[in-house]
Each structure stands twice: as structure tokens, then as C-alpha cells.
Write a protein that binds this ligand. Structure first.
Ligand code: FMN
Length: 191
């Protein structure tokens, strides 16, 4: 089972980093698997703790992928990390073991503390669509643009029918990013 979460980590220089990551839950163990190279990977090596933030504010997912990484945080309770203010719940993790890999090392973490801050308010299709679109945006350089645009056209139906203001804003940021990517690709071809 993989949950789509916001992982907060801290560098050796104490800089906070916020990134959307899938976390595989295997019993009590949380596995974080950042691709090389990434700041999350560097931070987990320098400071082997993380906070897994569960949020329904999809602007954080879309924002991190579109250059809007400055989300409010507060100090964690047990580990030397930070909690995302928008989290409905969070768990504080310590890295127990690293499974090295050329492409994607796997950090096996144990939860040493967990807190709930706000209730779960039910599923929203637009939130799911924004998370899917954010994944597509994170793969703009890897997937054919036509495939991405086809999937976006389908996801847009749920956004049109069920989004609130936060989901609509997040969707807008992702669509701007795709338009910009396409413009640059077209210009690149002409040059
Ligand atoms: C829902 C979602 C899940 C993601 N899961 C992962 C992941 O498990 N590993 C990863 O390396 N990147 C993942 N990404 C992409 C990263 O968030 C993005 O590339 C990010 O910039 C990571 O690099 P960084 O630590 O240097 O910021 C995910 C993106 C989204 C939207």
C-alpha cells in the first residue's frame, strides 16, 4: 500500500525541504524511496529523520511541483524535523535501515511519534485528480506529451464537477506548468 504524502526533511545546514512522496506502509515500517538525485535523499542521509504529513490541501502537492515550496511548518514533537501546518495528521520517523539502489534507494523508517490534528472529511474526486496530474507533471520529461494531455483531459472532468477553490487553484498551477513545458518544447524544436 502506498500513500501519497508530503515528506518534510531537514538538511545538514538546517534548511527545511518539502516534497510530495509516495510512502509504502509495510506493517510498522514506512518506506521512503527518493530517486537519485534529490534533496530529500541528501537530507535523509545528512539527518536521518523525516516527518510524513497527511494533508488534503492539494495545493501543497501542486505547489511543490511548480516552484511554490514555501509552505508553513512548525517544529516536530520527537524528532529534529518539522510538521507541515496543513497536515490533518503526521508521523515522525527515524531511518532504521537504508536499502541502497543505483536509481532509487529505499529508506526503511520507524514511526516514533504520531499526532492527529483535524478530521478526515471524505473523498473528493478533484483532490485525487490534482494528485494524479501532479504525478504527470513530475514526469513531463519522461512521458510523451500527447499521453499526458489525454490523461489531463479525463482528469479535468472531475475537477470541473467537484473542485473547491483550493483544488481549482492547484489545478491552475499544474496546467500553467504543462502549457509552459509545451511552449519551451515547441521553441526548442524551432531553434
Ligand atoms: C504524488 C506524488 C508522489 C511522488 N512520489 C515520489 C517518490 O516516491 N519518490 C521521488 O523521488 N519522487 C516522487 N515524486 C516527485 C517528487 O515530489 C519531486 O520530483 C521532488 O522534486 C523530489 O525531489 P526533491 O527531494 O529534490 O525535491 C512524487 C510526486 C508526486 C506529485
Amino acid at each position: 500500500m502506498i500513500r501519497e504524502t508530503i515528506i518534510t526533511t531537514v538538511s545538514a545546514e538546517n534548511d527545511v525541504h518539502i516534497a510530495p512522496m509516495g510512502v509504502a506502509i509495510e506493517g510498522d515500517v514506512h518506506v521512503i524511496a527518493p530517486f537519485r538525485p534529490s534533496t530529500t535523499l541528501d537530507n535523509l542521509r545528512a539527518n536521518p529523520v523525516a516527518v510524513v504529513n497527511y494533508t488534503d490541501d492539494v495545493r501543497v502537492f501542486a505547489g511543490c511541483l511548480t516552484g511554490r515550496r514555501d509552505w508553513p511548518t512548525r517544529p516536530a514533537t520527537r524528532v529534529a524535523g518539522v510538521v507541515l501546518e496543513q497536515s490533518l495528521a503526521h508521523a515522525e520517523l527515524e531511518v532504521a535501515r537504508v536499502e541502497e539502489d543505483e536509481v532509487r534507494p529505499r529508506f526503511h523508517c520507524v514511526a516514533v511519534h504520531a499526532e492527529t490534528h483535524a478530521p478526515f472529511r471524505g473523498f473528493n474526486r478533484a483532490q485525487a485528480a490534482v494528485v494524479e496530474a501532479a504525478i504527470l507533471v513530475s514526469r513531463l520529461h519522461m512521458l510523451p506529451l500527447e499521453k499526458i494531455k489525454r490523461e489531463i483531459a479525463y482528469l479535468e472532468i472531475a475537477v470541473g464537477k467537484t473542485a473547491g477553490p483550493a483544488e481549482a487553484e492547484a489545478w491552475g498551477w499544474l496546467m500553467e506548468r504543462i502549457v509552459e513545458f509545451e511552449r519551451q518544447a515547441t521553441e526548442g524544436k524551432r531553434a
